[in-house]
Design a protein around this ligand. Structure first.
Ligand code: MN3
Length: 248
C-alpha cells in the first residue's frame, strides 16, 4: 500500500468551501463542497458496537454532541472566515495565533470536538472486525511499553485518571510511542495549548466524557474502558501508525 505522511493525511479534514473537501472524516473521499463543516456519517449502525457501547449512546453522542461541536465550529468560523480556508488540523495547530479570545476558545472547544469525534468514530468498529495490531505496531508497542497488556493497562489508567471530561491518547512523536491525556476537547495537535510533552500524531483516542458512556455504565468508567478495547479498529490504528512513521 502506498503510504502518505501523517500531515498529508490529516489535511483531509478540511474546513471551508475553498477547500476541495468538505467531507470531514479523516481520509474520506472528497465528494461535495459546503460552506461549513458538516456532520460525517458514522461508518456503522448505532447498534453495531453493542454490547460495548449501546445504540442510544451512539445516537446521542453522534447526532447531538458531535452535531453541537459542528454548530459551534461553524459559528466561530463565521467570525474568522480566513480560517475557513485552512485545514482543521492547521487551525488547531495555530490556535495561539488567533487573536480574538472568544473565537480562539470556540475553535479550541468546538474545532477540537469536531476533530476528536471524527477521529473517534473511525477508531471504532464492530467487535467481530476489531482485528489485531499489525506486526510492526505490535512490536513498537511491546518495545515502548513492555507488552500489549502493559500498554493497555497504562492507557486505561490514563483514561481512568483523567479528572472530569477529556481524552486518553496513544500518539507517535519523533518516532516514539507515548500515552497522553488531555482535558475537555483538547488534543495532541494543539501546539501552544497542550504541553509540548503531550503533542504528537494521534493513533488511538478514547473519549472519557460521561456522555460517551453514562447511559450504560453510569459511574463505572473503568468498565467502559475495558469494554472499549473490544471495538478498537486495529487496522485503522495500524494504518495511522504507518502514516505517522512515513511522516516522521
Ligand atoms: Mn464525546
Amino acid at each position: 500500500m502506498k503510504t502518505t505522511s501523517g500531515i498529508k493525511r490529516r489535511q483531509f479534514v478540511q474546513l471551508g468551501a475553498l477547500a476541495a473537501g468538505a467531507t470531514l472524516l479523516p481520509g474520506r473521499a472528497l465528494s461535495e463542497e459546503t460552506a461549513a463543516p458538516t456532520l460525517p456519517a458514522l461508518p456503522y449502525a448505532f447498534a453495531a458496537l453493542e454490547p460495548h457501547i449501546d445504540a442510544r449512546t451512539m445516537e446521542i453522542h453522534h447526532g447531538k454532541h458531535h452535531a453541537a461541536y459542528i454548530a459551534g465550529l461553524s459559528a466561530a468560523l463565521t467570525k474568522a472566515p480566513e480560517l475557513a480556508k485552512k485545514s482543521l488540523v492547521a487551525v488547531l495547530a495555530g490556535l495561539p495565533e488567533v487573536a480574538d479570545e472568544s473565537v480562539r476558545t470556540a475553535l479550541r472547544n468546538h474545532g477540537g470536538g469536531h476533530w476528536n469525534h471524527s477521529f473517534f468514530w473511525k477508531t471504532l468498529i464492530p467487535a467481530a472486525d476489531s482485528g489485531a495490531p499489525s506486526a510492526k505496531l505490535d512490536a513498537a508497542i511491546t518495545a515502548a511499553f513492555g507488552s500489549m497488556d502493559a500498554f493497555k493497562k497504562s492507557f486505561g489508567e490514563a483514561a481512568a485518571k483523567r479528572f472530569g471530561s477529556g481524552w486518553a491518547w496513544l500518539v507517535m512523536e519523533k518516532g516514539k510511542l507515548k500515552i497522553t491525556s488531555t482535558p475537555n476537547q483538547d488534543n495532541p495537535l494543539m501546539k501552544g495549548i497542550v504541553p509540548d510533552t503531550d503533542l504528537g500524531d494521534p493513533l488511538l483516542g478514547l473519549d472519557v466524557w460521561e456522555h460517551a458512556y453514562y447511559l450504560h455504565y453510569q459511574n463505572r468508567r473503568p468498565d467502559y474502558i475495558s469494554a472499549w478495547w473490544n471495538i478498537v479498529n486495529w487496522a485503522e490504528v495500524s494504518n495511522r501508525f504507518e502514516e505517522a512513521n512515513a511522516g516522521a
